[in-house]
Design a protein around this ligand. Sequence first.
Ligand SMILES: Cc1cc2nc3c(=O)[nH]c(=O)nc-3n(C[C@H](O)[C@H](O)[C@H](O)COP(=O)(O)OP(=O)(O)OC[C@H]3O[C@@H](n4cnc5c(N)ncnc54)[C@H](O)[C@@H]3O)c2cc1C
Length: 430
Amino acid sequence: MGKRVAVVVGGSVAGLACAHAVAEAGWEVVVVEKAAVPAGGNGTGAGLGLDAQSMEVLARWIPGWGLDAATLPLAVDLNRATDSEAKAARTLTRDEGFNFRAAHWGDLHRRLHEALPAAVTVLWGHQFLSFEAPDGDGDGDDEHGVVATARVLRTGETVEIAGDLLVAADGCTSSIRRRFLPDFNLRYSGYSAWRGVFDFTGKESCTTMSGIRKAYPELGNCLYFDLAYKTHAVLYELPNNRLNWIWYINGAEPVLTGSSVTMKVSDAMVEEMREEAKRVWGPELARLMRETVEPFVNVIYDAGEPTPRLSWAGGRVALVGDAAHATTPHGLRSTNMSVVDARVLGCCLARYCREPCARSRARALAEYEAARLPVVAAQVLHARRLGRLKQGLVVGSHGEVFDARTATEEEVSQLRQSSMPYFSGAPIVE
Ligand SMILES: Cc1cc2nc3c(=O)[nH]c(=O)nc-3n(C[C@H](O)[C@H](O)[C@H](O)COP(=O)(O)OP(=O)(O)OC[C@H]3O[C@@H](n4cnc5c(N)ncnc54)[C@H](O)[C@@H]3O)c2cc1C
C-alpha cells in the first residue's frame, strides 16, 4: 500500500499543526501556503493564550515545548471593574486555577515549522486556487482522490498537487468552505479591537513599566480583564520582555479591503485612540497604550451560525481551524481549537490506517466531525456571549445587558474563563 497523501491548504497554526498530526498518522503531507516565507519568531503577530490540553498536544510535536522559556504562566484569570471617573479598579472575579500559558504567535508558528517531520513538504509562496474531487457515489467507497491547483506567486506558473485528502486550513475567509457552504457568512460582533505589543527590553525601570507593574502586580502570571462601561481591555505579559494588550470598542462595522480582518489605521486614528484611553482607563494602562509602537485594529467576527459540517466529498475534504469555526477571541479559543482539531484529525486517520484508503478516509472524517462539531459549536457561541457581556451589549432574548457597576455575584461568575464549555479539555478520540 503506497503512502497516503494529504494536501493541507494554509500554513498558519492550524495548517502546520495538521501537518504534524497527519504525518504522525503515517501520511505524507504537502502544505500549500501563499505567504512567501515562514513567520520570523517574536516579530510576527501578537500574543495568544494556550490551555493545558494544547500545551500537551504541542509538546508531542515540538521538542522541549513547555519546558523552556517559550511560554509564561497565566495561572490567574482576573476580571476587574474600572471606574473611568475615579480611575479606580476593583476585583469582580478571580480564578487561581486557570492554568494557561502565554506565547508569541510568531514563536509558536516558527517552532511548529522548524519541528516538521520529513514526511511534510511546505510549498511557501503558493496560492491555492481550486480543487477537483471527482464525483464518486458519495458512499465513501470510491478511490478517487483530490487534485488541488495553485499559483506559484514568484513565477505566475500554475501547478497541480494530487492527494487522497484535502485539509482546509485557509483561515476564517476560507474559499474551500465557501464552495461547500456558500451561504455561510461571518458575523460582525459589534466591535473592533485595538491591539499592541509593548517591548520593554532595556526599559524595565522606566516610568511606564514601573507604573504598570504597580497597577498590575501579577503580570507574568495573570490574565487581566479590565471592564469599564460598555468596553473592556485585556493585558498580559509575553516571553522576551513584551506586554500584550487588546482594547475592544463598540461601533458600526468598518469597511475592510481584501480578505484580512486587520484594518489599516491612520496617525489620526491612533492619536484619537490614545486620547480616549486617557478618559477610560487608569493612567498606567493609558500610558502603555500611548507608548506602544504601531498599534493596529482587528475587526472582530465569528462564524454566523456554527458550521453544520466539517467534512465533504465522501471524506475527501476536512475543515480545521478558523476555516471551520471562526470565533471571537474572548475565550482564547482560536489557536486552542485549531491544535485540538489537528490532533483529533490525526487520531481518526491513524485509527483506520490499515483499511483501504477510501473507506478509511470516510470513517475517519465522520469520526472527526462527530468529535469536533459539538465542541467547536459550543465554544464559538460561548465566546460570543462572553464578548457581548464584557462589551455591555444585549445578551439574552429579554434585552439583558451586563453592567459591572450593578452586577450580582452570579452575573459576575459568568465572566470567568472556566465557564467555557469543555474548559478542562475536549475529547480527543484516541
Ligand atoms: C501572520 C499571522 C499572525 C497572527 N497573529 C496572531 C496573534 O498574535 N494572536 C492570535 O491569537 N492569533 C493570531 N493569528 C491568528 C491565528 O493564527 C488563528 O486565529 C488561529 O490560530 C487559527 O489559525 P488558522 O491557521 O486556522 O488561521 P490563520 O492563522 O488565519 O491562517 C490561515 C492561513 O491560510 C493561508 N491562506 C489563506 N488562503 C490561502 C490560499 N488561497 N492559498 C494559500 N494559503 C492561503 C493564509 O496565508 C494563512 O497563513 C495570526 C494569523 C496570521 C496569519
